[in-house]
Design a protein around this ligand. Structure first.
Ligand code: FAD
Ligand code: AMP
Length: 483
């Protein structure tokens, strides 16, 4: 007998587990297949985000930031600590506990909502049938009314730096170093490279980041990227731009192994020797073994599953969500797509607003933005006004002794509608939500300016930057004529 479900979801990362839970909440019989195993070989839910991405990286970022603060940041506040040291085993074990708690939480949510969790691989066949291969047991053919594909992404590997067990690693390996490397190389100054470089730099590694592009963080606002580069370099990250890695060679034996990395820059071929090398050059959609040739789902030219704005594939009643489809590879984008598709299957009509997807880099200070950058607006020729406000004169930032960075608000010159908000500063990841809400409701800079913000808060910097769009910021001398 073939098991039948209203919906079968393949993948239990943020995209898939959100889709599955929402389907079940809406009364649809739902199964979710996932093949991930933890370090001990047990099935785990939560995908990359919970197991090898967002959560473990933030556990290490937060721990290493506290260590850096204890080492260098507390004396100015009148707190004497004596010598501070790390216990990496405890730090790693705590990270593991956080992950375990959250992935176990998904299992409970599945159970509580009636989602059937199936541990093993799923493959889409023709006619909305799914071949399920359990980790232990015989292959089963399942029948679905609708299928949601959410298989996520995997790290890109590059021929100049093939991965080895523990010397040349991807982001997953970099979350599991058994000791702090003395010298660490990172290929790629993207989000993941900067976050992992920051973790190990704070814990004591000498970090060199090799980035092929001449420009730092080209997707961020230029002013923010420029200021962020200076701050991160000031923290000791040796970020080399225009440095394209072309080769790597492991030398020595056992614990004494090192990697000589070869790269090309303006002056020609260069070498740098490190003890560990992280390859963080991006991620690619993961579709291996997912699709039978006649299932009707197509890929786009970059290997992503091809979908329309509503995440529908070319096969009727088959959807795809998350990292495996176009758009930013971010957990919150994946979650919203999962929920949208579940609700559409249930006959509702939600949309994902791709214009208000926030981006965050969890360095310290954090970098967060939503909407368009100044350089994008200039290139498009749209007239706009700018308001900026530095944290160096924000009362709460001064009180907290955390004053680096600024807020920048870009608004349409004619309508004052907010077009983009860019934040470099402590808790930028939290502050950006206010800008996302404002943009979601089509707010003008004046709307934000007329809103009351609690004092003293970091959020007041956003308030002042919004006021600054029309030259009304109170705590800044402004040459713009008051209107
Ligand atoms: P995934 O989370 O990759 O989940 C897909 C799941 O499907 C996996 O469990 C996989 O095993 C399973 N699967 C695949 N194929 C099959 C199959 N055929 N059968 C059964 N199961 C299958 N994003 C943020 O928004 N914020 C962050 O701070 C952040 N930090 C990150 C840090 C790191 C180090 C990394 C690597 C990523 C980070 N990301 C972050 C990105 C984020 O993890 C992804 O955007 C997110 O996980 C995508 O969710 P997804 O559900 O599409 O895919
Ligand atoms: P992201 O896609 O945000 O994770 O960033 C990955 C970064 O890696 C990009 O900025 C790429 O330019 C960079 N990159 C890719 N290949 C190389 C290489 N061979 N050497 C140095 N940097 C690279």
């Amino acid at each position: 007998m073939t098991d039948k479900y209203d919906v079968i979801v393949i993948g239990a990362g943020p995209a898939g587990y959100h889709a599955a839970i929402r389907c079940a909440q809406l009364g649809l019989s739902t199964a979710c297949i996932d093949k991930s195993l933890d370090g001990g070989g047990k099935p785990v839910l939560g995908g990359t985000c919970l197991n090898w991405g967002c959560i473990p990286s933030k556990a290490l970022l937060d721990a290493s930031h506290k260590f850096a603060e204890a080492q260098h940041g507390l004396a100015a506040l009148g707190i004497r600590t004596g010598e501070v040291s790390i216990d990496l085993d405890v730090m790693m074990a705590r990270k593991g506990e956080v992950v375990k708690g959250l992935t176990g939480g998904i299992a409970q949510l599945f159970q509580g909502n009636g989602v059937k969790a199936l541990a093993g691989s799923g493959k889409l066949l023709a006619g909305r049938q799914v071949e399920f291969t359990p980790h232990d047991g015989a292959v089963q053919i399942l029948q679905a009314g609708h299928v949601i594909l959410a298989p996520g992404s995997v790290p890109v590997e590059i021929p100049p730096a093939p991965l080895t067990d523990d010397i040349i690693v991807d982001s997953k390996g970099a979350l599991e170093f058994a000791a702090v490397p003395k010298r660490l190389g990172v290929i790629g100054a993207g989000v993941i490279g900067l976050e992992l470089g920051s973790v190990w730099g704070r814990l004591g590694a000498e970090v060199v980041v090799l980035e092929a592009l001449e420009e730092f963080l080209p997707m961020a606002d230029e002013r923010i990227a420029r200021d962020a580069l200076k701050i991160l370099q000031g923290q000791g990250l040796d970020i080399r731009l225009g440095a394209r890695v072309t080769g790597s060679e492991i030398r020595g034996k056992g614990a004494k192994r090192t990697v000589t990395v070869t790269y090309q820059d303006k002056s020609g071929e260069q070498h740098v020797e490190v003890d560990r090398l992280i390859v963080a050059v991006g991620r690619r959609p993961y579709t291996e073994g997912l699709l039978a040739p006649d299932c009707g789902v197509n890929l786009d030219e970059r290997g992503f599953l091809y979908v329309n704005d509503l995440c529908a594939t070319d096969a009727p009643h088959v959807y795809a969500v998350g990292d495996v489809v176009r758009g930013p590879m971010l957990a919150h984008k994946a979650m919203e797509e999962g929920v949208m598709v579940a609700e559409r299957i249930a006959g509702k009509k939600p949309l994902v607003n791709y214009d208000t997807v926030p981006s965050v880099i969890y360095t310290h200070p954090e970098i967060a933005w939503v909407g368009r950058t100044e350089q994008q607006l200039k290139a498009s020729g749209e007239p706009f006004n700018v308001g900026t406000f530095p944290f160096s004169v924000n009362g709460r930032a001064l009180a907290a002794h955390d004053t680096q960075g600024l807020v920048k608000v870009l608004a349409d010159a004619a309508t004052d509608r907010i077009l983009g908000v860019h934040i470099l500063g402590a808790q930028a990841s939290e502050l950006i939500a206010q800008a996302v809400i404002a943009m979601e409701f089509d707010a003008s800079a004046e709307d934000l300016g007329l809103t009351m913000f609690a004092h003293p808060t970091l959020s007041e910097a956003l308030h002042e930057a919004a006021l600054g769009v029309a030259g009304h910021a109170i705590h800044m001398v402004n040459r713009k004529k008051r209107k």
